[in-house]
Structures are given as C-alpha cells and as structure tokens.
Design a protein around this ligand. Structure first.
Ligand code: SAH
Length: 344
C-alpha cells in the first residue's frame, strides 16, 4: 500500500481501481498520516485555522434522510437568529480571534436573498478583515452571484456522495444529484472558494463510492473539503443505521491531504463527537482547520443534525480555549487569520 500512497503524493491522482484498493484495504495508516503531516507542514506549518460557526436557522424545506433538522422531524424545536443576534455572535467571535465567520443553516425561505445580502453587507461593513463563508444549500446561480457581490468569500456545499444511486438513497426524490453538482460548478465559476464534502460511513456507502468522491474532488479541485463520520439521529429514517468510524474518517482525511496539498480540511465536530480525541486525531491525519461554534448557547442544542453533538453547552470563549489547548497538546497552534488557502 505504501507504493500507492507514494504515487498519490507524487501524482496527486489515482485511477478508480487504485482508490478502491486503498480505501477498501485501509493499510499503512500510520505511514499515510506521516506523509499527510509532512505535506501539510510544508504549506501550513503548525498553524490550525479557525472558523466561527454561526448556525443561524434550523428551519429546512429539505427532507434528507440522515439529517436531524429535516422538514419532517416534528420533534425539532425550530429557531432563527435575528440580525442583532448574528452580529453579537460576530462580535464575540472577533474578540476571541476569529477572522472567518461561517453562516450555516437549513434551507429556510424566511431568509430571502435580500435578507442574506443584508446580513452579508452588515458583517462586511463592520469586519472588513474577515472572510464570510455561506453554507445555506442549493440556490440559483443568480443568487450565488448576488451573495458573492455582497461580500461572501466562500461557500460550503457538501456533495454528500458522488455516486448517483447512493445520492438517491440518501435523499428524497425531489432532490437531485445533478442539481447538487451543478451548484458546485456554478459557485466555482463565480469565483468563490468552494467546499464540497461527504459523510464517511453513510448508510449504503461502499469503498467504490468513496473512490468516486475522490475522483469528483480531483475534477472539481475545490479549495475546501468537509468530511466527517455519519452519526445517526434518533428522529430520522436512518435512526437505526450504523455510524461511520474514526478509522475510516481519518484515513480519508489523510488521502485528501495528499490529493490536494493546500486543501482547507477541517477536523469536524462530528469527528469530535464519536471520539473524545477525534479532532486532535483529525489534525494528526492531515486536517488543518477547526470550526468551533459561535451560536448562542440557547440555540446550540436545537441545531441537532445528529445525536450527541459536542460543545452544545459551552460559551464561545470556552470552545476556543478548549480547542486551543487541545491543539497545543499535539504541537499545533490556533492562529488569528482569515485562513485562505496557500498558493500551490
Ligand atoms: N443546509 C446546508 C447545511 C447542511 S448541514 C446544506 O445543505 O449544505 C451541513 C452538513 O452536515 C451536511 O452537508 C451533512 O453532510 C452533515 N450532516 C447532516 N446530517 C448528518 C448526520 N446525521 N451525521 C453526520 N453529518 C451530518
């Protein structure tokens, strides 16, 4: 397996068969992580970028089978943050050293393009030195363009899986695999720093589908890739399904680092949820970003995409401190920086 790992590092692409072999056998993990750390070190040193996550609405018109805030989950307690609350999150975040704010939410019709633009304009007028990432799902190209013109720098839209049949098994029929991918291409064309991504261990996933994810990422060349384990949520159709594993997630992180050396790659909250040291392990496998929560503690528990999500009781300052200590304990350092990708 070392030979394939070396080949990936040197050529930054593999055939589908080679990906399947690596992913299915998952051998030489320690060697992979060593190479991933070396590559990451070259571009980012020991720096870990932070993004302050603001979960501003959990209303959603979609009904993804895996997601706890899906439309049909009647037990979800819905909320929206006001402009004032969002600005409070930014203020707290800025004072703590965050220079990127991620506005994430369900697909909520209340937040019209005009409202999103108003939020973007307001944040950008106060925090000129900060980047804004939007993560609010599928929109028209025109809307994406308007958000970009209003100051959005980055957009996160996980493709979830690059296999059409698998995509259809994770989503209701009104959602389409083609539409999702088209959004990502549109975002790229407009000039966003784009993030795609997938869940590791989602129901029905096979090594072959993960190989397709790697091929899709090779083709799209996104600036960011968000991956984390699938974690079942009790009030969804996938409540009884098995979750993804730490080992598989770490292995995929290592492979992604070698596939794209300057990639912005978060060690996600979901990874921290299934393993007490998940985020540290993620960084040691090649990740270079963490995304602590800035949402008011009053709503944290309500943005429940999956069960047992961590840090729902902590103040933003506690989260930043805790992560800072965790990173230091493994020889890495949270930095005060917008955290743009380094030129490759
Ligand atoms: N509505 C936005 C934001 C979605 S939530 C959008 O469509 O992009 C962000 C991500 O959380 C999703 O893309 C999905 O990959 C992940 N997620 C949702 N439910 C999950 C679960 N049960 N386990 C792990 N990750 C989940």
């Amino acid at each position: 397996m070392r030979q394939l790992i070396d080949q990936l590092e040197q050529q930054r692409r593999l055939t589908k068969e080679e990906w399947v072999t690596l992913i299915a056998e998952r051998k030489d993990a320690e060697y992979l992580f060593e190479r991933a750390r070396a590559v990451r070190q070259k571009y980012y040193g020991n720096a870990v970028y932070t993004r302050g996550l603001i979960e501003f609405t959990n209303y959603c018109k979609n009904n993804c089978h895996y997601c706890g805030i899906r439309r049909e989950n009647a037990t979800a307690v819905r909320y929206r943050l006001s402009m004032e609350e969002i600005m409070d999150c930014c203020k707290q975040g800025y004072d703590l050293g965050f220079r990127t704010f991620v506005l994430q939410g369900g697909e909520d019709a209340f937040f019209t393009d005009e409202r999103i633009i108003e939020i973007l304009t307001k944040i950008k007028s106060v925090y000129k030195d900060c980047a804004i990432t939007l993560s609010i799902g599928e929109k028209t190209k025109e809307s994406y363009r308007r958000f970009f013109d209003a100051g959005a720098d980055r957009y996160l839209l996980r493709h979830e899986t690059a296999d059409k049949a698998h995509y259809e098994s994770l989503h209701p029929t009104e959602m389409s695999f083609e539409a999702r991918k088209e959004c990502l291409w549109n975002l790229k064309e407009i000039g966003y720093q784009v993030g795609c991504g997938f869940m590791v261990g989602s129901p029905g996933q096979k090594a072959e589908y993960l190989a397709e994810d790697m091929l899709f990422i090779t083709e799209l060349q996104p600036q960011m890739v968000g991956i984390g384990p699938f974690v079942p949520h009790h009030a969804t159709p996938f409540a009884k399904e098995a979750g993804g594993t730490v080992e598989q997630t770490l292995y995929m992180l290592g492979l992604l680092r070698l596939l794209k050396p300057n990639l912005l790659l978060p060690a996600t909250t979901a990874l921290g949820t299934i393993d007490q040291k998940g985020r540290e392990k993620g960084i040691l496998a090649g990740a270079n970003v963490v995304m602590p929560n800035l949402s008011p503690t009053t709503v944290r528990k309500k943005y429940e995409l999956y069960d047992n999500k961590i840090c729902t009781g902590d103040e933003a300052a506690e989260c930043r401190n805790c992560l800072s200590n965790r990173m230091q304990s493994i020889g890495y350092e949270l930095v005060i920086d917008r955290g743009d990708p380094k030129e490759f």
